[in-house]
Design a protein around this ligand. Structure first.
Ligand SMILES: NC(=O)c1ccc[n+]([C@@H]2O[C@H](COP(=O)([O-])OP(=O)(O)OC[C@H]3O[C@@H](n4cnc5c(N)ncnc54)[C@H](O)[C@@H]3O)[C@@H](O)[C@H]2O)c1
Length: 340
């Protein structure tokens, strides 16, 4: 059995993938530069990857070249990336450098060293300007924000490498992922991490607009099931990763508050124009960010079709939202309490 490389292995999803593959008896090699990754993501009840992870930037070509040369990788899971939307918007050159150039670096090493399979973490955010629901893999209109633009471009490079060299590649478009290890501490955490943190700290969570906007979610273990199943791909594929079930942000907030017994801390609401208030530079004159774009981002409905994943890989997500939220809350509270 060959080795498996995971980039972004100190992140929310990459670390869980590492744990799962290790438990399955796979030989894993981990890389992360800790720009967003966290030490505590690498500690599990019965595993600890802190000593074995390479603390390196995927753009360190000399290091990465040696890593590929020294290891006969069977699969590369390229999950490293700059994920928070406002960070990408605020630092577009860095976002393109990591998310696009970084992906091309990995693709070229996969080509050079003949790795039999690459799996790339793309995103549902590429459907930003798509109005077909549930969105199927073939209905993407070019996005407007920097983060989805970088992933859209990176997908295109995956396609180009497949077409030129016939490398088997799968781009997984994750919708909103949740589960243990979800980030709750960064400036703009994912919505569930944010709500849990605010309630834990005794604050009413601030939601934008009415909170009635609906999103689809997927539990991290279900995503990992699919990330393993797609290894049978021998071609090029783009696969949505979604439950196809939507919940309003109000419903999500209520489920979390119920789980934490903090229903009295009801959400408060703020205009969409303040969505990225933690990033005041984005509102600078002479070209402040378009309020219509922010409004669209806040109000947009997301629901990805999972038909392709079912029909081609037999994947059916197993976790219902109540169980998934319970596990997410339990884990996140443990983490937050250990900080105080
Ligand atoms: N979490 C979601 O809901 C979601 C949804 C869609 C797509 N994705 C994608 O899935 C992947 C994993 O997401 P996540 O939620 O685990 O994010 P994350 O931020 O927790 O993990 C990404 C990891 O990549 C690392 N990284 C960033 N730049 C790097 C570099 N130059 N070299 C090495 N490592 C670097 C970070 O330190 C971090 O640990 C990302 O590519 C993200 O864009 C996530």
């Amino acid at each position: 059995m060959g080795k498996i490389l995971i980039t972004g292995a100190a992140g929310f999803i990459g670390s869980q993938l590492a744990y799962r593959l290790k438990k399955d008896g796979e030989d894993i090699v981990l890389v992360d530069d800790f720009s967003y990754g966290r030490e505590d993501n690498l500690i599990f009840d019965d595993a600890d990857f802190r000593e074995e992870i390479y603390r390196k930037d995927i753009r360190d070509i000399e290091f990465m070249n040696k890593l590929f040369k020294d290891n006969n990788f069977d699969v590369v899971y390229h999950f490293a990336g700059i994920t928070p939307l406002p960070d990408c918007q605020n630092k577009p050159i860095e976002a393109v450098d990591v998310n696009v150039k970084g992906t091309v670096i990995i693709l070229d090493l996969v080509r050079k060293y003949g790795v039999p399979e690459m799996i790339f973490a793309s995103t549902a955010a590429v459907y930003e300007n798509t109005e077909v629901f549930p969105s199927t893999e073939d209905v993407v209109n070019p996005p407007s924000l920097i983060y989805p633009s970088t992933k859209y471009a990176a997908e295109q490079f995956c396609r180009a490498y497949h077409e030129a060299y016939k490398i088997p590649i799968v781009c997984l478009r994750f919708t909103n992922v949740y589960g243990p290890h979800i980030d709750c501490l960064r400036t703009q955490p994912p919505v569930m991490g944010y709500i849990i943190r605010e309630l834990f700290e005794g604050r009413r969570p601030t939601l934008h607009s009415t909170g009635e906007q609906r999103r689809d979610f997927v539990y991290v273990d279900d995503l990992i099931d699919l990330a393993i199943l797609v290894r049978k791909n021998k071609d090029f594929d783009i696969v949505n990763v979604s439950t196809e079930k939507t919940y309003s942000i109000n419903e999500i907030a209520a489920l979390i508050a119920k789980e934490m017994n903090l229903e009295t801390l009801e959400p408060q609401y703020r205009e969409t124009a303040h969505f990225w208030a933690n990033y005041p530079e984005l509102y600078d004159e002479p070209y402040p960010i378009e309020s219509k774009l922010l409004e669209h981002e806040v109000l947009k409905y997301t629901c990805l079709s999972n038909k392709h994943a079912y029909e081609n890989y037999g994947w059916i997500p197993q976790t219902n939202i109540e169980d998934g939220i319970k596990k997410t809350v339990d884990f996140t509270l443990k983490k937050l309490k250990s900080r105080w």
